[in-house]
Design a protein around this ligand. Structure first.
Ligand code: PMP
Length: 289
């Protein structure tokens, strides 16, 4: 079965998907994106992702390329055409195509949209059972990390450093020594007292949809949590740690730099939270109280 993509109103074979050389996403990274998990053919947290997409666009004074209902239909059609059961949908909106000039083009220039899908087998992921390692890296990003922009060069540099160190993820550390988040995930620790800790959602991090779901589910289940700053030193001493994102769910972290976390294997609260999130993604439980 050919793999399809969606580009500016058309479903095309994936290999034929292309954008114009003067697309502002290509020229200036002037665009935003979302990654949504597909579990059992259904989008996980569809509306929260579309809410965040709308917010990112609004913050950058861009508009949605189509109404939300139409967008949902396009995603469903792409998922259907690609026979996607488990995996992700990537959607990207840019400020459109215009002669190269830093200032915005006229309002008449329509935003450009691209959507692709990728198959993934969430049931067989070794990272869930074995855990992963992370390395720290300085957070050199801009002041609006709450916007999900395609301008990801500092994140790419950090992820490359992690890859070269044989690690799964880089945890970004600000000038005060606090962990902000991962290069493509949110960062969490669990204290010796079993309290879940993650940084508050400020302009310094992307407020992950998975992050929000985990907090809601923790609240429902009476798991104590705190949204507060934590330093790299505190993370080294944590009982457990994990990263979250649409495609990494709750991925246990078993080593940070040279510090083994717990006994070097995924801890019990991580395993519980992963199970809870997997149940949620599969539609076996809901987020509403
Ligand atoms: N932070 C960053 C920098 C990210 O790139 C991502 C994933 N796109 C996340 C956090 C996690 O967000 P989500 O749970 O919505 O995937």
């Amino acid at each position: 079965m050919p793999r399809y993509c969606y580009v500016n109103g058309r479903f095309l074979p994936h290999r034929d998907g292309a954008v114009h050389i003067e697309d502002r996403g290509y020229q200036f990274a002037d665009g935003v994106y979302e990654v949504v998990t597909i579990a059992n053919g259904t989008m996980v947290d569809e509306d929260p992702h579309l809410d965040r997409l709308e917010r990112s666009l609004k913050e950058l004074r861009m508009r949605m390329p189509m109404a939300r209902g139409a967008m949902k239909l396009k995603v469903r059609e792409l998922v259907r055409r690609n026979g996607l059961k488990d995996g992700l949908v990537y959607m990207q909106v840019t400020r459109g195509v215009a002669p190269r000039n830093h200032a915005f083009p006229s309002d008449k220039v329509p935003p450009a949209i691209v959507m692709t899908t990728k198959k993934m087998d969430f049931a067989k992921m070794k990272k869930f059972t074995d855990g992963v390692t992370v390395v720290s890296a300085p957070d050199i990003r801009w002041g609006r990390c709450d916007i999900k922009t395609v301008s990801l060069l500092p994140n790419c540099l950090a992820k490359q450093a992690a890859t070269e160190a044989g690690a799964y993820e880089a945890w970004l550390v600000d000038e005060k020594g606090n962990v902000t988040e991962g290069s493509s995930s949110n960062a969490w620790i669990i204290t010796k007292d079993g309290v879940l800790v993650t940084k508050p959602a400020t302009n310094e991090i992307l407020n992950g949809i998975t992050r929000q779901t985990i907090l809601d589910l923790a609240k429902q289940d009476g798991v104590p949590f705190e949204e507060r700053e934590f330093t790299l030193e505190e993370a080294y001493e944590a009982k457990e740690a994990f990263v979250s994102s649409a495609t990494s769910f709750v991925t246990p972290v078993v080593k940070i730099d040279d510090h083994v976390i717990g006994n070097g294997h995924p801890g019990s609260l991580c395993e519980k939270l992963l199970g809870t999130y997997q149940d949620y993604a599969a539609g076996r439980r809901s987020r509403a109280a």
